[in-house]
Design a protein around this ligand. Structure first.
Ligand SMILES: Cc1cc2nc3c(=O)[nH]c(=O)nc-3n(C[C@H](O)[C@H](O)[C@H](O)COP(=O)(O)O)c2cc1C
Length: 325
């Protein structure tokens, strides 16, 4: 089984990926949060801070693009191939209103004929230069949409199809739609990756046993919550509090350097704590204090107290970090 770190905008930036890879080895691929190419055929300096090979040196990285324009995808995929990337991923899953209203991300799934033309154009133009993988939801509002979508995907040499078995209308709420995923397995020969709600070794084992045809498992929130989850899946040790503390402080330093502001770095770290706190027993009170901290010294004192005084849980409790559950 291959293990991938899911892309998470605002969370899994190049800094995070580099530091994570050094502390917690075992992830086979890190997907970048989506970059949106425009008609202007060059990545912006901001995009390059995440995509440039220097930023990703030594880290197995797959850039992700979000667009419904074949022309924009094509120049961007060529540029990425020239930078040395062997794979580019197409985002057909993002549920955010601003993305979907432009017919991008999971919004593109509402236009199967246009999607078919898009795939035809991009595979024809750059399919020989770079592998193209796809990350998709089951549809916009009904999982029955997936069967015709899969018929389209099956026409193209998609390097790997990652399926997040929810529809756009689900956002991240409720359980994953397992039966729709199981149904899809028998209808495609494409290499498949499963993504959704895996937060423990037991969850990963269940996916492996239930779907032997699946070659890869992509994990997002569960891996932010427990950064050593994949290391553990590979037979390594769970992280101890001291290692987690050093990982945390190194991230804080790296973000401070990147943003030129320790306060902004603190805000970024709070995004991580939203998931990470659920690895600790009884973290609610300290999390409240940490969230409210406006001064860095309060934030650092609070995080140090979490690492020093709270017991690490064996597994993150999944229900805890799904806001809608
Ligand atoms: C804050 C946040 C940001 C995300 N950003 C992206 C993104 O840039 N590209 C993408 O394909 N998916 C994105 N996702 C979806 C995740 O990659 C993943 O599919 C989702 O969290 C379900 O997997 P999980 O249950 O393992 O977290 C994001 C999810 C969250 C919660």
């Amino acid at each position: 089984m291959q293990y991938y770190f899911a892309p998470m905008e605002g969370v899994t930036s190049a800094v995070y990926r580099r530091v994570h890879h050094r502390y917690f080895p075992g992830v086979d691929k890190y997907f970048t949060p989506f970059a949106t190419p425009t008609v202007h055929p060059a990545f912006t300096p901001r995009q390059m801070r995440d995509l440039s090979p220097e930023q990703n040196a030594g880290v197995p990285t797959v850039p992700q693009l979000l667009t419904r324009s074949a022309a924009d995808f094509i120049w961007a995929a060529r540029a990425l191939a020239e930078m040395g990337y062997g794979e580019v991923n197409l985002n057909l899953g993002c549920p955010s209103g601003t993305v979907v209203s432009k017919g991008k991300g999971s919004g593109f799934l509402a236009y199967p004929d246009e999607l078919d033309c898009f795939l035809d154009a991009v595979f024809g133009a750059v399919g020989e230069q770079i592998q193209i993988s796809v990350k998709t939801r089951l549809g916009v509002s009904d999982p029955a949409e997936f069967s015709p979508l899969l018929t389209i995907y099956n026409r193209y040499p998609i390097a790997e199809l990652t399926i997040h078995p929810r529809v756009r209308a689900d956002f991240y709420k409720g359980g994953v739609r397992e039966s729709a995923f199981a149904d899809a397995l028998s209808k495609t020969d494409l290499p498949l990756c499963y993504n959704g709600d895996v937060t423990s070794a037991a969850d990963a084992a269940r996916v492996e046993q239930s779907y032997p045809a699946v070659g890869a498992l992509m994990i997002g929130r569960g891996l932010i919550a427990d950064p050593s989850l994949v290391t553990r899946l590979r037979g390594g040790a769970a992280a101890d509090a001291d290692t987690l503390h050093r990982f945390h402080d190194e991230l804080l330093d790296c973000y401070t350097e990147l943003f030129g502001s320790r306060k902004n770095a603190m805000l970024r770290m709070k995004e991580l704590w939203f998931y990470h706190i659920h690895l600790f027993e009884g973290g609610e009170k300290l999390m409240k204090r940490l969230r409210k901290a406006t001064e860095l010294r309060d934030f650092e004192a609070c995080s140090a107290e979490i690492f020093r005084t709270l017991q690490l849980r064996e597994n993150v409790h999944p229900g805890w970090f799904r806001p809608a559950d």
